[in-house]
Design a protein around this ligand. Structure first.
Ligand SMILES: [Mg+2]
Length: 177
C-alpha cells in the first residue's frame, strides 16, 4: 500500500484490500507473498456461523498450517467471553472477546502479545463496518470473506446495505486481478 495523506478517507477505511470466498483460501504461501506474519481474526461468520461453538476439522487444519509456517494468529471478537473461550478451547490462541470493533484496542493488545508489527499483520473478518474499519484505522491490510451464514434481521440487512458501495468499489479497483 502506498503511503499518502488521503488514505483515511471513508473509501480507504471501508474498502477491504482482498476478498476471498473462504478463509481456507488464505494460505501461508499467499500470506508470505503479502509479507504477512500475523493475523488478527474475527470468529462469527468469518470462521464459523454463530451457532457453531467449536472449530471444525478444516478450521483446525487451517490453523495448524498457519502455525507450521510460523504465522501467528489471535482471535478478536465482539462476541461474549463465553463464546470466545469455548471456541478457543481447541485452539489456545491469544483471544480478545468484547473487542468493540471498530475499536482498535483489542487488535493492538493482540499484536503486542504476538510481538507483531502493523506492517506484517493483517485483519481477517466478514464485516466492513467493524473488521475492515478497525484494521484500516491502523493502516493494516484488511482481508474479508463473505459472511458464512448471515443473520436476516433488519439491523444486519441494513449493515450489508451500507457495505454495498465499498464492495462495489473493491471490485472496480480489482477488475484486472
Ligand atoms: Mg463477524
Amino acid at each position: 500500500m502506498k503511503k499518502s495523506k488521503k488514505r483515511h478517507t471513508l473509501n480507504y477505511l471501508l474498502t477491504p484490500d482482498k476478498i476471498f470466498s473462504s478463509f481456507t483460501d488464505i494460505t501461508p504461501e499467499l500470506l508470505a507473498s503479502y509479507r504477512i506474519k500475523a493475523l488478527v481474526i474475527d470468529i462469527d461468520n468469518t470462521l464459523a456461523p454463530y451457532e457453531q461453538d467449536l472449530p471444525d476439522e478444516k478450521t483446525l487444519e487451517w490453523f495448524a498450517s498457519l502455525s507450521e509456517n510460523r504465522i501467528k494468529a489471535a482471535l478478536i471478537s465482539n462476541n461474549s467471553p463465553e463464546r470466545v473461550e469455548k471456541y478457543n478451547s481447541l485452539l489456545s490462541l491469544p483471544a480478545y472477546p468484547n473487542a468493540k470493533k471498530p475499536s482498535t484496542k483489542a487488535i493492538l493488545a493482540a499484536m503486542e502479545k504476538m510481538g507483531a508489527a502493523r506492517e506484517e499483520t493483517a485483519g481477517l473478518g466478514d464485516q466492513l463496518l467493524t473488521d475492515t474499519l478497525a484494521v484500516h484505522r491502523l493502516d493494516m491490510l484488511s482481508l474479508i470473506v463473505p459472511p458464512i451464514n448471515d443473520k436476516k434481521s433488519l439491523f444486519f440487512r441494513l449493515k450489508r446495505w451500507l457495505e454495498k458501495p465499498f464492495i462495489k468499489r473493491y471490485h472496480k479497483l480489482h477488475k484486472e486481478d
